[in-house]
Design a protein around this ligand. Structure first.
Ligand SMILES: Cc1cc2nc3c(=O)[nH]c(=O)nc-3n(C[C@H](O)[C@H](O)[C@H](O)COP(=O)(O)OP(=O)(O)OC[C@H]3O[C@@H](n4cnc5c(N)ncnc54)[C@H](O)[C@@H]3O)c2cc1C
Ligand SMILES: C=Cc1c2[nH]c(c1C)Cc1[nH]c(c(CCC(=O)O)c1C)Cc1[nH]c(c(C)c1CCC(=O)O)Cc1[nH]c(c(C)c1C=C)C2
Length: 476
């Protein structure tokens, strides 16, 4: 393998390039990114007074093989000293809230939270969990998350807890999202053990093996629940880009939008606005729809399937308040769609990461997330909605949900168009069929990024690693 072109310089494209760079079989990597910066949705504002605000991900989970894999990369990049860990015993890990019927409710946790009736739920969660073992296995090869949880744990948990959870991870509607693709461990537990509880106790099948390096081992010893970086999550793509630059075998191009890719005798010709790049292989880390618009007509069935991967738009509003204004301490609160369709939730950023507050005084940083699967219905066209409207709606939610009546001293409104892919029913079949088409037609093309195998930062990084391992037929 001589030259690999990586399309897209989000965390997926950078991670794939990092793993390519480590492999001696690859002599040259060309990263093509349309915007003026690398990192995609990993985007942090560092204000000159030292405050840091996240517009995309803010906390990354260390757990599991994919979490360890990311920490191994962070360690290798020399970012270990920049880590801001949040342990399981921290108040931000213990307390997450739901805003139901005009009130904040702490999500039940621990044994006492399970055995007692805890509002907004009408019966102890333990009752639902205990009877889950007796529920028969589903017969469908895919099912909506709402239907799966209603069937196994009851409608109330699906309507409130799971509806909110899907808004707080996918900004999506659990009635449309696929349990098999969004929460593979739940689907596998039922398939393998006939029960979620038995799956948790006995395991639900093989998972990738990733040995913990020193930093991942530290996260285990110290019980980290999530982590960020001192200068914000965007330090991660910045650091990968520096590493790639220094390797001497990677060309990084910003403001290099891919317009078309055409098959050539030895691979592909990648057409940009002002030139053509030749490559033996292409790894696409573009959103699926963006890839569909640059493929040649000969890839027709693949183009159609890529177009079918929808994504949702989220308004992210960062707010800074003077003083300590929160009535409760925790990670944040989620709002079920039955309460307010447009308002997804509020993150209390200052609680898990006070290090990102302005250093010279007491402030509270919050992030309000709105829209998602309900964006169009609630706010209308993303082109027509104004920043003022979004800011007013966000500050009103903070007033109403948290009793904060003062105006924020600083705010930033960002409209993230099509930022989170939605894995609807049958997503796994679409992805299987895309990869079969590529295999059967011997296309020198790999698919990675959040459109296919998981949306979390960890999943996307691991998907970049898997694409490289499959291409080169080796472990990296
Ligand atoms: C608001 C928000 C909060 C989130 N919170 C979390 C969280 O707390 N924890 C977590 O784990 N995950 C979180 N995520 C998810 C995670 O951030 C994303 O799934 C992940 O960053 C996607 O990475 P990617 O590289 O696949 O895609 P992207 O970041 O979309 O990267 C794709 C890149 O391709 C470029 N591109 C597009 N078209 C072209 C073209 N024609 N030519 C060249 N380049 C092109 C784009 O400019 C972009 O840089 C969050 C996401 C959002 C939006
Ligand atoms: C309110 C909207 C959103 C909030 N975060 C996101 C949205 C759309 C995006 C997001 N959050 C997480 C992930 C990664 C999932 C993973 O597998 O690691 C993504 C894409 C992390 C996350 N956030 C919440 C949960 C339960 C998770 C899963 C991992 C974990 O348990 O930590 C809950 C949550 N998200 C938001 C709020 C306000 C909130 C709960 C109070 C914001």
């Amino acid at each position: 393998m001589r030259t690999v072109a990586v399309l897209g310089g989000g965390i997926g494209g950078l991670a794939a390039s990092y793993y390519l760079c480590k492999n001696p079989q690859v002599t040259k990597v060309i990263v093509l990114e349309s915007s003026s910066r690398f990192g995609g949705w990993l985007w942090s504002t560092r204000r000159s007074d030292g405050a840091v605000f996240e517009h995309g991900p803010r906390g990354i989970r260390p757990a599991g093989a994919v979490g360890r894999n990311t920490l191994n990369m962070v360690d290798d990049l020399g970012l270990g000293g920049e880590i801001l860990p949040v342990t399981y015993s921290h108040v931000a890990s213990k307390n997450r809230y739901l805003y139901v019927k005009g009130q904040l409710h702490r999500m039940p946790s621990g044994i006492s939270g399970l055995v007692r009736t805890v509002p907004p739920f009408s019966r102890p969660i333990l009752l639902s969990v205990a009877s889950e073992i007796l529920v028969k296995k589903g017969k469908e090869d895919d099912e909506s998350i709402h239907s799966f949880v209603s069937r196994r744990l009851g409608k109330e948990l699906a309507d409130i807890a799971v509806d909110s959870l899907c808004r707080g991870v996918f900004a999506g509607d659990c009635r449309q999202l696929s349990v098999r693709s969004c929460f593979p461990p739940l689907y596998k537990a039922e398939q393998r053990r006939g029960s979620l509880i038995l799956g948790m106790l006995l395991g639900s099948g093989p998972t990738p093996v990733v040995s913990p390096g020193p930093l991942a081992q530290r996260s285990i010893n110290e019980s980290w629940a999530q982590w960020s970086l001192r200068r914000g999550v965007e330090s991660l793509p910045e650091s990968i880009a520096d590493y790639l630059q220094q390797s001497g075998k990677v060309e990084l191009h910003k403001e290099a939008a891919v317009k078309q890719i055409r098959p050539s005798a030895s691979g592909w010709q990648v057409h940009l606005e002002d030139g053509v790049v030749s490559a033996d292989h292409v790894i696409s880390a573009l959103p699926a729809k963006a890839l569909s618009s640059v493929l040649p007509p000969s890839c027709q069935p693949l183009i159609q399937q890529l177009q079918d991967v929808s994504s949702v738009t989220v308004a992210v509003i960062n707010l800074e308040y003077e003083g300590s204004v929160l009535p409760v301490m925790g990670f944040g609160h989620l709002v079920p769609s039955s309460e307010d369709r447009g308002l997804l939730g509020v993150v209390y950023d200052s609680v898990p990461f006070p290090q990102h507050n302005r250093p010279d005084g007491q402030t509270t940083r919050l992030t309000v997330m709105m829209g998602g699967a309900w964006f169009q219905e609630v706010f209308g066209s993303p082109e027509a909605v104004t920043e003022e409207q979004l800011l007013a709606r966000a500050t009103e939610a903070v007033r109403c949900h948290l009793g904060v009546t003062t105006a924020p001293s600083w705010s930033l409104v960002a409209l993230h168009r099509d930022c989170i892919p939605q894995y609807y029913l049958g997503h796994f079949l679409k992805v299987e069929s895309m990869r079969s088409f590529i295999r059967e037609n011997n296309l020198p093309l790999s698919l990675t990024g959040s459109s296919y195998d998981g949306v979390s930062v960890n999943d996307v990084i691991f998907s970049g690693r898997t694409a490289v391992e499959e291409l080169l037929g080796t472990g990296v």
